[in-house]
Design a protein around this ligand. Sequence first.
Ligand code: SF4
Length: 338
Amino acid sequence: MSTLGKLLETYYREHPVLLPWRVDPTPYHVWISEVMLQQTRVETVRSYYLDFLEAFPTLDSFASAEEDRYLKQWEGLGYYSRVRNMHCTALELQKTHGGAFPSTFEELSKLPGIGPYTASAIASIAFHQKEVAVDGNLVRVASRYFATPWNPKSEKDKGLVRLRLKEEMDIDPSVFNQALMDIGRTICLPHGAPLCGECPLKQHCVAHKRNEELFYPQASLSKPKKEENRTIVLIECQGKTYLEKRPEKGLLASLYQPLNLEGHLNEEEVIAYLSDMGLPALSIEDLGPSKHVFSHVIWHMKGYLVRVKESNKGMLFVGEKERKERYSIPSAFLAYLP
Ligand code: SF4
């Protein structure tokens, strides 16, 4: 048995992490959990995972769900394109595979919405295929363990890590990957803070032996995010709030939001805008600033609450209870619509 395989197997056996998706790792369960875990912390994913499975216990139940329903289920997790892509995959699986997941990396990768990481995770954890699920965490651990300056954001380097780790994978691939995931998430931490004293790999980790943990992985220069000013207007009429559906494509596609205008408008400009919409204002209240950071853009928001006497026909106004139960509202608006 390889040294790394042996260390990982012992660690996984002696430090079991109780995660709901590890109880019954069917392909459907592994898929949902792994997609949710991309960009989201384990602690947050736990309850979302359980709620999602309660709403959609099977792939068929998810595939037949309406868009608004599965977006609502995803509300607060962010990166909504993940659940939209999952839904396309579910439909494709029904169409081409009788609603079942194929078991190999190659077949899984051909499905729309399943990238190399997710395909490897499903193949290795649910089907015990010899595949390495390489994400940024795994690149970091491998980069330090082998003292090689791989870059977690480089697809080429991810491929190199996959090949290198495959050479060491002589235990159950499910155990190998999940032990590495646990170490990457809880011990071999990013931003210069690896907890090497607690690490099962420390005696064989080349970077640790050389006292060079902080030299790895290779740092990547990230592009500065675009910054936008927005004005968010809560239009209230007889206890109900105006909501509009965002466009089908682009940022936060098909989700609901209050009136969301480009730029920073002052009170007079907001009142004039609403008047043009046929909504004369009774009062206006400044709700203060708020900021939301997306993956590629930052919104600097200014908020107002405007009370109007009458709503216009055809405009959607909903009460708080209905809004919370039925409409998916991105967390970007939480400061104004809790
Ligand atoms: S010994 Fe330290 S640097 Fe090496 S894998 Fe463990 S935590 Fe990471």
